[in-house]
Design a protein around this ligand. Structure first.
Ligand code: GDP
Length: 581
């Protein structure tokens, strides 16, 4: 008789065509107490089949691509064998509102005498016990770390704790955190922190949250708000209890019997231990000796430690562990999966390498045009946007006009809107939630530029509100033209003006940077204002016509249809490039 790797007692009884009671009795005779809906594994099932006249053989599975194994852990989490699992919590909030202190206080609350020395080094996540139930905390606070993992395609958090300092109230990063948690569709619990301070105003915080549509229970809403002092350790039990209540409502489930899978939350190369990785098990049970693959790294688990740095042999859903045995360092944010043997592991890594290269070749950039074609094709029904503008007034103006836009095929969904330049957290949110960033009269912060490049996020800059609305409207209707942007090729300063034969007046310039070529588009700028938009008609060095002049050289430049140069004018050459596509 062929049996799957795991099955319920009832399923086994059905296959044996006997009553489940008989199977349970037989299991009891073999020393195992099992309930009718309990999941047992192949080995255990095989111990009872002989009593009913069968010998068990592992089920032969149709050969599937190894990639399918990657999803097996998650996909097999159907109702059979599902157990409730502990919630995984991330702490978000504005800087200095007490996220780290709260994490430390909660961690300390579990330490009993004698364990203190054991956890000086953290492993990136920890579990606490509250009245016999466990809660897992991710130790990297802040919405950027959280969204960075989401941007890599993994969702590891079940509940977001929003920390708001009662003396400071809702601040810009509080709003970012709210929007990031919402974009991830997470339930939010508000921890109103620092209530020990004399100038703490918890009610003011509640009112401010209302403005961001977070309606706390006191105001008739459903969001739990817990006053705490991370410093004085007050309210911590209430907070843990609230987390368990929200977890209960969320009905978090996982199948401990399926092959283990989850996410790499941290990794490093340790001089003595080799590659070490902190993993969060999301499904199944991870065991020492398992063959494991994460992205393009694989290995066999040699040793496993829990958050208290105690050696353990296995870890079930929602348990964070640090493991040794990867052959190379896996990337944080990558999903991991347990596979039957090293051979499969190597094959899967090979597939992942190829897939990674394909993805690199395939531009996965998300552009407004791209979304438009997906809307037209009926693949998406929402246009996710992030709005950044120079002032709160313009944020509201842009938001207001965009929210009014609607089309039968798709609706505008504004994930986040705030004043200020485009920052890294905006880019990560856009990447994690497939959104486009619309920047009105603001630039992009230096650190956000490489992030946008890496994450292939489109940032569209505008200086006229009408144009934003027009573009978004066109995208919704499916008639947006490709976007072009001007890329400056070179700048030059006018030093002198002279007559130059048949081309009329030309400018004697020094090229400051970049290059000028004949025919290239150019504009003349005087005191910051563009005086003409045209192109380069002639380019001369000494008496010779040349095709190109680069930075550091002097030359004469003629501009088509323009002669009115003045000393000090700046000439800019530029190229029109298709926006990142
Ligand atoms: P984070 O940036 O959000 O991680 O904030 P920290 O945890 O680093 O805390 C910022 C500052 O607030 C530190 O000086 C903490 O000691 C202080 N702090 C944190 N929680 C409390 C609290 O409950 N009461 C008071 N009075 N201070 C707190």
């Amino acid at each position: 008789m062929q049996l799957p790797p795991t099955l319920t007692v009832k399923h086994l009884a059905d296959l044996l065509r006997v009553s489940p009671i008989d199977v349970i009795k037989q299991l009891m005779r073999n020393g195992v107490m099992a309930a009718i809906n309990q999941v047992i594994d192949f080995d255990l099932a095989a111990t009872v089949t002989p009593a009913f006249g069968y010998r068990a053989k592992p089920e032969e599975r149709a050969k599937t691509p190894v990639t399918d194994v990657l999803h097996a852990g998650v996909a097999s989490d159907d109702d059979v064998g599902m157990n409730s699992r502990s919630p995984v919590v991330t702490i978000l909030g504005h800087v200095d509102h007490g996220k780290t202190t709260l994490l430390d206080t909660i961690r300390d609350s579990r330490i009993t005498e004698g364990e203190v020395g054991g956890i000086t080094q953290h492993i990136g996540a920890y579990q606490v016990d509250y009245n016999g139930q466990k809660v897992t905390f991710l130790d990297t606070p802040g919405h950027e770390a959280f969204t960075a993992i989401r941007a890599r395609g993994a969702q590891i958090t079940d509940i977001a704790i929003l920390v708001v300092a009662a003396d400071d109230g809702v601040m810009p990063q509080t709003v970012e955190a709210i929007d990031h948690a919402r974009a991830a569709e997470l339930p939010i619990i508000v921890a109103i922190n620092k209530i020990d301070l004399p100038d703490a105003q918890p009610d003011r915080v509640k009112g401010q949250l209302l403005e961001h549509s977070l309606v706390l229970e006191d105001f008739g809403g459903e969001i739990i708000g817990v006053p705490v002092s991370a410093k004085n350790r007050t309210g911590i039990d209430d907070l843990l209890e609230s987390i368990l209540v929200v977890a209960e409502i969320s009905e978090l489930k996982a199948n401990p019997g399926s092959p283990a899978s989850g996410v790499v939350i941290e990794s490093q190369l340790d001089r003595n231990r080799g590659p070490v990785a902190t993993l969060l098990v999301q499904s199944g049970t991870l065991k020492v000796g398992n063959s494991i693959v994460a992205g393009t790294a694989w290995g066999r688990i040699r040793a496993m430690e829990n958050d208290l740095r105690r050696r353990i042999k296995q870890a079930g859903p929602s348990v964070p562990v640090e493991i040794q045995g990867f052959r190379s360092v896996p990337q944080a944010g990558d999903r991991f999966v347990v596979v039957p043997n090293p051979k499969t592991a190597r094959a899967l890594v090979q597939e992942n390498v190829v897939k990674g290269e394909e993805e690199q070749n395939l531009s996965r950039a998300l552009t407004l045009e791209g979304v438009m074609s997906r809307i037209s094709a009926g693949d998406v029904k929402e246009l996710n946007l992030i709005i950044k503008a120079d002032a709160q007034g313009s944020v509201e103006a842009v938001r207001g006009s965009l929210q009014r836009l609607d089309s039968p095929s798709a609706r505008v969904n504004i994930l986040h809107a705030s004043a200020g330049g485009v920052n890294e957290s905006d880019v990560l949110l856009a990447s994690a939630s497939n959104a486009i960033i619309l920047a009105f009269n603001v630039g992009t912060e230096p650190s956000a530029e490489p992030a946008a490049e890496r994450e292939a996020v489109e940032i569209r800059t505008y200086d006229i509100i009408y144009q934003i609305i027009e573009d978004v409207e066109k995208a919704l209707k499916g008639i947006l033209e490709p976007a072009y942007k001007d890329v400056v090729q070179g700048t030059a300063t006018v030093r002198a003006v002279f007559r130059a034969g048949r081309v009329g007046r030309a400018a004697g310039v020094i090229v400051n940077d970049g290059r000028f070529t004949r025919g290239i588009a150019a504009r003349v700028i005087r005191n910051g204002n563009v005086v003409t938009e045209s192109s380069v008609s002639s380019l001369r060095r000494f008496k010779d016509d040349v095709n190109e002049v680069t930075a550091g050289f002097e030359c004469g430049i003629g501009i088509v249809g323009f002669e009115d140069f003045q000393e000090g004018d700046v000439i800019e050459s530029h190229r029109r490039e298709r926006s990142r596509a």
